[in-house]
Design a protein around this ligand. Structure first.
Ligand SMILES: C[S@@+](CC[C@H](N)C(=O)[O-])C[C@H]1O[C@@H](n2cnc3c(N)ncnc32)[C@H](O)[C@@H]1O
Length: 208
């Protein structure tokens, strides 16, 4: 089912473009940015879509940004709005980067499209890709969005059946802690009528 998601997002691209800047995420962006210590670095934005607002916020502040998305049409928008961003047209589960390459990783409104059985393996790779002390911010679906404690299935969104998947928050936190991350923030936020869990994690200062 998730294989069709890239085609669905290709079809969504024009609507995304028309709704640019609809929701103000300044507070979230500034909170995460302030946790990174004020230095410029490298950001990996997974499921970057059109590159806004996260990739652009960092690129505007002199960060080197790499975006990964499997929708070619969303990446066409990203090339327009964040021309400085290097992009990869790929499934986020298939990309590879050097150990310690990034100071920060973001995965905003996209992990819920990845089967939960693959989440821990993805977090293990984030742990490797982040430098010691690096941080990641991601959104995660919960019962507040899907109606179930854990979920693997489709939900109707903008006229399409989209695949969503998530574990219970406690199982997510247990994965993150087993992998070695420190959980800095975990907060349910309602934005635009939809509630998701926003999580900030930190790589410990020692080697992964
Ligand atoms: C809801 S949009 C969010 C885009 C952007 N992060 C934002 O905050 O506006 C989800 C994006 O994730 C991408 N995506 C979903 N699953 C993906 C996967 N497994 N690999 C790469 N991209 C994926 C979609 O193509 C889409 O552009």
């Amino acid at each position: 089912m998730e294989n069709r998601l890239c085609d669905i997002y290709d079809r969504f691209a024009a609507t995304y473009d028309a709704n640019r800047g609809l929701f103000d995420m300044t507070g979230i962006l500034e909170d995460f940015y302030s946790r990174l210590g004020g230095k410029k670095g490298r950001l990996l934005d997974l499921g970057c879509g059109a590159g806004e607002p996260f990739a652009r916020f960092f690129a505007d502040r002199g960060w080197q940004v790499t975006g990964v998305d499997f929708s070619a049409k969303m990446l066409e928008l990203a090339a327009r709005y964040v021309p400085a961003m290097e992009t990869r047209l790929a499934d986020m589960r298939d990309v590879e980067f050097a150990a310690g390459r990034f100071e920060a990783i973001t995965a905003i409104y996209c992990l819920f499209h990845v089967p939960r059985a693959d989440h821990a393996a993805l977090f293990e790779r984030w742990r490797r890709w982040l430098r010691p002390g690096g941080k990641a911010l991601f959104t995660y679906a919960t019962k507040a969005y899907t109606g179930s404690d854990e979920f693997d299935g489709t939900k109707r969104f903008m006229g399409e059946d989209l695949y969503y998947s998530h574990k219970r928050p406690e199982a997510l936190y247990a994965d993150l802690e087993r992998i070695g991350f420190a959980i800095e923030t975990k907060e349910c936020r309602e934005i635009g009528g939809e509630t998701f869990l926003w999580v900030t994690i930190a790589n410990p200062l020692g080697p992964a």
